[in-house]
Unconditional design. Structure first.
Length: 127
C-alpha cells in the first residue's frame, strides 16, 4: 500500500516497479515521502541538452529494470527549470547522480557514464 501511495504522489505508474520505465520528474513532496519511508532513491540532475546526461539515461534505465533495483525510486531534477532543487541538493552541474537510503545521502557522482560505476553507486542506495 505504501508503494502505491508513493507512486501516486510522485505521478508515475507502477508498471514493473517505480523505476522500471523511466525517471519520474522530481517533486519535493514525493521525495520527502520516499525518504520518510526509508526508500532507496536516485536523484538525477539532468539537462536535455547535456551529452553526458544522454549517455547516463539508458544506463540508468537498464539498471533500473534489473530485479535488484526494483525498489529504487528514481527522480529526475531538470537542471534548467528546477533551480531550487538543484541548489538544495548542492549540485553544481548537470549529470550529477545522488543516491539516498531513506534520509541518508549515501553517495554522489558527477559526469559518470561507466555502467559499472553507476551500478556501484546505485548499490549504495540499497542500504
Amino acid at each position: 500500500m505504501r508503494r502505491l501511495v508513493l507512486a501516486l504522489i510522485s505521478g508515475f505508474a507502477l508498471a514493473g516497479g517505480p523505476a522500471a520505465a523511466d525517471s519520474a520528474p522530481f517533486q519535493p513532496q514525493a521525495f520527502e515521502a520516499a525518504r520518510a519511508a526509508g526508500k532507496p532513491i536516485l536523484v538525477e540532475v539532468d539537462a536535455s541538452w547535456c551529452p553526458t546526461c544522454a549517455k547516463q539515461r539508458p544506463i540508468i534505465a537498464k539498471l533500473a529494470a534489473e530485479p535488484e533495483f526494483r525498489d529504487l525510486m528514481i527522480m529526475r531534477v531538470d537542471f534548467d527549470s528546477q533551480k531550487d532543487a538543484v541548489q538544495s541538493f548542492g549540485a553544481r552541474m548537470q549529470s550529477t547522480l545522488i543516491v539516498f537510503n531513506g534520509k541518508d545521502e549515501r553517495g554522489r557522482a558527477v559526469g559518470v557514464t561507466d555502467e559499472a560505476e553507476i551500478r556501484a553507486l546505485l548499490m549504495k542506495a540499497k542500504g
